[in-house]
Design a protein around this ligand. Structure first.
Ligand code: AMP
Length: 405
């Protein structure tokens, strides 16, 4: 059943969200509340149905035990503003105090518990800790896609204690549905645009996509390993020599499967890794010594634009160049606008993975593609074809044990 069809009237709902927001070091002011806003549809649905909320999250990477800078108390007031409610805060995640506060919650009330990662049992997926958390609610909702690839206590193990009383939240459900839309039955032609720094980080994604796509566009730092694999001269461009045989395998597999693999033919080169470097454009197979490729060239942009414009499904992960520097952002920028254009013409477009999201936001285009995925690592693992523990935990009808300590 879909999250929106559930009724939480008089339910005490234990919700795992991702409130891992950046805070200013001294004032603890929230500098970007995107993740908090993303959870609002789920939280408001429970409250509007007449349920109460016990909200749990992690924040940062505390080493062991309480650390002031990672306390969720810093977000209480802003959460109150977003939900238009008074928020009760418990300075522990489990134990008597948390249970007492939870048991006294009335419909429409909200309790936030302290950072789960102050307990090492959270990341180790400890079953006892998960059981203690489970005492705080009578229904479990997981809305934290960013951690769905981890078998942590609050994202996975806790579901053991909610057989028949657990669900994805609105955000997590949307993430899965949009990923399934491109992976299960994509409307063809289906183009995957894969960029970013390294072949090694994306190899499993490329392999899993090869039998699903019509076209793959390769850009960014990883393209130079492909060029070297084909005998090109790449100067001092980024290269992973230990991935050259992998790149050759991908080229062969793509040919065998009839997938059009588009690798840049020309590149913007620079004499140093700097926005102020001297720049030029050249054939990507002929990069002079002492120069490095930092963006795709004019011909490649034109060719990639054409491929994107005739696509019905588009998946974009990773920038085409060092888009953080103005001198090397053109490839990424034009690709972003091409994906938007194709979306306007009816294509389904999913953009995800940390840096492509940063790129699409840099041009304020987030609302002009079909879906922007929030979970970097989780999205990559999903695209690699892996089953995510947090997803299995909700889908599995019976109890299960993934890990214990
Ligand atoms: P990833 O996290 O693997 O998606 O890589 C994203 C990073 O790759 C961004 O910070 C880009 O600046 C970087 N990148 C893209 N193209 C290049 C390139 N040609 N050389 C070096 N770094 C690049």
């Amino acid at each position: 059943m879909s999250f929106k069809d559930l009724n939480f009237s008089n339910k005490k709902v234990l919700v795992r969200v991702d409130f891992n927001v950046p805070l200013e070091p001294d004032t603890f002011r929230i500098t970007d509340d995107t993740r908090m806003k993303a959870a609002l549809p789920t939280l408001n649905k429970v409250l509007n149905d007449g349920g109460s909320l016990v909200i749990m999250s992690h924040l940062g990477r505390p080493k062991l035990g309480f650390e002031e800078k990672f306390s969720l108390k810093h977000i209480v007031s802003h959460l109150g503003d977003l939900l238009n409610k008074e928020i009760q805060f418990c300075g522990d995640s489990i134990g008597e105090e948390a249970q007492k506060m939870s048991s006294e919650l009335k419909p429409g009330q909200v309790l936030l518990i302290e950072n789960l990662r102050f307990y090492k049992h959270e990341t180790s997926g400890n079953l006892y800790f998960a059981e203690e958390l489970s005492k705080l609610g009578d229904f479990y909702v997981n809305d934290a896609f960013g951690t769905a690839h981890r078998a942590h206590a609050s994202t996975t193990m806790v579901a053991n204690f909610f057989t028949g009383k657990k669900s994805f939240g609105n955000l997590l459900e949307n993430e899965i549905n949009s990923l399934e839309k491109v992976l299960s039955a994509p409307k063809k032609p289906f183009t995957a645009i894969i960029g970013g720094a390294k072949v090694s980080g994306k190899i499993n994604v490329i392999e899993n996509l090869l039998d699903k796509v019509t076209d793959i566009i390769i850009g960014g730092g990883m393209s130079y390993t492909f060029i070297k694999a084909q005998g090109g001269k790449i100067g001092s461009s980024l290269v992973e020599d230990n991935q050259i045989s992998t790149a050759k395998d991908i080229l062969k597999k793509a040919e065998k499967l009839g997938v059009n693999l588009h690798i840049p033919t020309d590149t913007v080169i620079a004499d140093s890794f700097s926005n102020d470097a001297n720049t030029d454009e050249c054939d990507i197979f002929e990069i002079p010594d002492g120069w490095m490729g930092l963006d795709i060239g004019t011909k490649s942009i034109k060719q990639f634009k054409e491929v994107i414009s005739r696509s019905s499904t588009i998946l974009w992960n990773g920038p085409m160049g060092v888009f953080e520097m103005e001198s090397f952002e053109k490839g990424t920028k034009v690709i972003a606008y091409s994906v938007v254009e194709a979306t306007k013409n009816g294509a389904y477009s999913l953009v995800g993975g940390g840096d492509s999201v940063a790129a699409i936001n840099r041009y304020n285009l987030g609302d002009e593609v079909s879906y922007v995925s929030t979970g970097g690592g989780a999205m990559l693992e999903y695209l690699e074809g892996k089953e995510l523990p947090g997803v299995i935990a909700i889908n599995q009808k019976e109890g299960f044990r993934l890990n214990e300590d």
